[in-house]
Design a protein around this ligand. Structure first.
Ligand code: FES
Length: 576
């Protein structure tokens, strides 16, 4: 390795700092204006800490302080840290949806890294869209980078049972609607489930994506499972800071280790986790930035036969803290090692196989083995048919087995507003077999593809004991949620996908084992409806949302922007 190590003159930052000209004089002068001595930045790798902390990002509340640990590691290893704030996407706070801004964050990361004298980057995030956003931008910039996952929050208990963020909010809400929880208990629950900083402690999108990032080689071993408030998290942050300095000297960039084999490791891990449906979109987008053309069909094929081994809500009944005690992600990966490409390089300079050697499982109920999976259901099934010619997804492991093959009449809502106005009407014409449909919730329709796909069960059915129904939409669903929800229908209704042609009363047929989602409507009738269909008049005419609407691709293509997809060598800025 030594002969490949970079020399000081090779560092990217030296283009800004070393030349004896007036522009470089100004660069050095302005760093000294901030109180830095010349020797602190003239002969060291310059490391960006891209921090998605903010005062309105509860899952990242500790990252401001944790950045200090990263800095400590960078300084001790001989680098010079600079903390750069980036868009902080606190999942629950941002409206209409953080998904609208994932690509914004990716662009911001790429532009920050390319426009400044940066040699390597520590990426700090974890709340849902921040992991894919950070990775997409960093992969496109192709500078050495290491990801520091925010870490899951601590577990909580209510009435003697473990409760997890997101999953239990939905469960308790249904019970509150059904009259089984009174208002004082409901108000008391506001202070439960989220007892400390950190990401959702269920296998929602956050833990799915941070774990996938680890499996694809972007974190130190075990980093994604460490609870945010554990001292080990601070030590991991410091170690990541120290490691990025060596990565710069070794020139260990994403393009040198991120490839189709690491993406396949991400897919296999996703399935073994029982991960969030959202990960299908993000994985396609992240892989695409690395030049790996991942499709839904590929995810389906590569994930086939991988059982759900992580006994974590919503597929199981434990929390992320339990996964950590059980040995963390490395212990789970060791259980599926036959399905992994173990020779893939990771950011610590060792292969995935090397990193798994020391892993061991301490709790066989939380991390199951392949003979004793959490569920027979798969983490993700891809569906196609005349309702979703470009694909749709469902999470069988979090659905009701009795609905995985279902025929029922559609009840169609054209918008979230219409659905909210009608869904709890006591006269709603719906029973347990009705297929609830929400359209215009996709990337263009909503816009931003919010997590509206877990349509509420009508209150009159909740009161009658119904807790699941087949639901269809072109929207997404929170990874912490559960139910028989067909999601990400593509093409979406707003761009004229067949979902736009479905009418209340049409018969819908779902067959998960066969991978089919169909409406029993003749082609001639569909053609008649297609001719009558008109797109909605676009009301957003300015700002970032206009860029989003003009350039976002459909869910089956990862919802990236058409002008950012794929891998191209980054364009270095002019030095003048
Ligand atoms: Fe941030 Fe769930 S709201 S991870």
């Amino acid at each position: 390795m030594d002969k490949q190590r970079k020399q000081l003159k090779d560092l990217r930052s030296q283009r800004w700092l070393a030349p004896d000209d007036m522009r470089s004089f100004a660069h050095r002068q302005r760093l000294q204006q901030m109180g830095l001595r010349r020797e602190e930045f003239m002969s060291r790798p310059v490391i960006a800490i891209i921090n998605t902390w903010s005062d309105l990002s509860p899952c990242h509340a500790h990252l401001r302080e944790r950045a200090d640990a990263v800095k400590r590691g960078i300084l001790q290893a001989g680098g010079m840290p600079f903390e750069l704030p980036a868009m902080s996407l606190g999942e629950v706070m941002v409206k209409p949806t953080t998904m609208l801004y994932r690509n914004f964050l990716a662009m911001e990361v790429e532009e920050l890294l390319m426009s400044l004298p940066i040699d390597g980057a520590v990426l700090m995030g974890g709340c849902d869209k921040t992991t894919p956003g950070l990775l997409m931008g960093a992969i496109s910039a192709d500078l050495p980078c290491i990801f520091v996952p925010a870490g899951p929050m601590l577990s909580d208990r209510h009435r003697g049972m473990s409760v997890g963020a997101g999953t239990h909010t939905k469960k308790f809400w249904d019970e509150y609607q059904a009259g089984n929880i009174d208002q004082p208990e409901w108000i008391a629950l506001e202070a439960r489930m989220t007892r400390a900083s950190g990401t959702c402690n269920t296998m929602g999108t956050a833990s799915t994506m941070t774990s996938i990032a680890e499996a694809m080689g972007f974190t130190l071993p075990g980093a994604s499972s460490i609870p945010a408030m554990d001292a080990a998290h601070t030590r991991m942050a410091s170690a990541s800071g120290a490691r990025i300095v060596d990565m710069v000297w070794e020139d260990l960039r994403p393009s040198t280790f991120f490839n189709e084999h690491s993406v396949r490791n991400g897919v296999v891990t996703y399935m073994a986790l029982g991960g969030s449906t959202n990960a299908a979109i993000h994985l396609i987008a992240v892989a695409g930035r690395g030049g790996v053309p991942l499709t839904l069909e590929t995810i389906d094929r590569q994930g086939h036969g991988v059982p759900v081994l992580a006994n974590i809500f919503p597929s199981g009944d434990r929390l992320m803290e339990d996964l950590y005690y059980a040995g963390g992600l490395p212990a789970l990966l060791k259980e599926i090692r036959e399905k992994l490409a173990l020779d893939c390089m990771t950011v610590n300079g060792r292969t995935l196989g090397d990193n798994l050697q020391a892993a061991s499982c301490n709790d066989a109920d939380t991390i199951r083995n392949t003979e004793n999976p959490v569920t027979d259901g798969r983490a993700l099934a891809v569906l196609t048919g005349n309702l979703a010619p470009s694909g749709a997804v469902i999470k069988p492991s979090a659905a009701s087995a009795k609905f995985l093959k279902h025929v029922g009449p559609a009840l169609v809502f054209d918008s979230i507003a219409e659905m909210n106005a009608r869904i709890h009407d006591p006269n709603l014409d719906a029973d347990e077999n009705t297929v609830l449909v929400l359209r215009n919730g996709g990337p263009v329709g909503a816009p931003g593809m919010p997590e509206w796909g877990n349509l509420p069960i009508p209150r009159k059915l909740l009161e009658a004991g119904v807790r699941d129904m087949v639901r269809l939409s072109d929207a997404r669903m929170s990874g912490t949620h559960y139910g028989t929800c067909v999601l990400h229908i593509a093409p979406e209704a707003a761009v004229g996908g067949p979902l736009a042609l479905l009418q209340t009363g049409d018969i819908v047929e779902l067959d998960v084992d066969a991978g089919r989602i169909e409406m029993r409507v003749s082609e001639a009738e569909l053609e008649r409806r297609r001719e009558a269909w008109k797109p909605a008049v676009r009301t957003v005419k300015r700002g970032y949302t206009r860029i989003f609407l003009d350039h976002v691709r459909q869910a089956n293509e990862g919802c990236d922007f058409d002008f950012l997809m794929g891998h191209e060598p980054p364009v270095e800025p002019s030095i003048f």
